[in-house]
Design a protein. Structure first.
Length: 227
């Protein structure tokens, strides 16, 4: 499928939100939390990269969030695209999706690992489940989609947003450190929860181990690694 770039916006330094429209398709259906793959020939080689869908299904639109990796092959190419340019897209695939059991949902992410939660959150919150989003980043200016999460928190009493900064400035009054430190508090002593974890391998592995040590069954821990 050909995906045509229609919109972009900067979320933070070297992090961008992309909106594509899939050519010749009225509805692109997927389960929030899944990902698509983009393909392009670069330097004579076919390059493929997978990216989580960063918004719920909306006609033929596909939204992605990614950071530009200076030494990468694909992200610099995507950042160079002009509106109207096209890339090849396949998918959706993936099992990083909400569970049918009505439990508390704890969503843990660092960096662009927050993207699938932007797609998942509306259905989780509207189902009435308690949802806590724990997002780890270094600095206040790199809290991705901050205004959106804060608006969700104001409008829905079953949603909590806990941004956590590892290199916070002196003016920051919120949580400091790493996402691992907030998991036990989010559980609140209950094991009736599903924990979703998305980001780089080291963080994912540490949070998985912590969740197990707190008494959660492995079936209650859903994860996706970005490296």
């Amino acid at each position: 499928m050909r995906a045509i770039l229609r919109e972009t916006r900067e979320l933070a330094p070297e992090v961008r939100h992309f909106v594509f429209e899939i050519e010749g398709v009225e509805h692109f259906d997927f389960t929030p939390g899944q990902f698509v793959s983009l393909h392009h020939e670069i330097g004579g080689k076919q390059i493929t990269r997978a990216y989580s869908l960063a918004a719920p299904p909306d006609g033929n639109r596909v939204e992605l969030c990614l950071n530009r990796v200076e030494s990468g092959h694909f992200s610099p190419y995507l950042f160079s695209l002009a509106l109207g340019d096209a890339v090849e897209l396949t998918g959706p695939v993936g099992y990083f999706v909400p569970r049918p059991i009505a439990r508390t949902n704890i969503l843990v992410a660092t960096g662009t690992g927050i993207a699938p939660y932007r797609a998942m959150l509306p259905s989780l919150v509207e189902a009435g489940r308690p949802v806590t989003l724990i997002f780890g980043t270094r600095h206040e200016e790199t809290i991705l989609y901050r205004e959106e999460w804060e608006n969700w928190e104001k409008q829905h009493n079953n949603f909590r947003f806990w941004p956590t900064l590892s290199r916070a400035g002196g003016a920051w009054t919120g949580r400091r450190g790493y996402v691992q430190a907030s998991l036990a508090e989010a559980l609140g002593g209950s094991l009736d929860a599903d924990v979703f974890i998305c980001g780089l391998r080291a963080m994912v592995d540490e949070v998985r181990a912590l969740a197990k040590s707190l008494g959660l069954d492995r079936k209650q821990i859903v994860y996706e690694k970005y490296d």
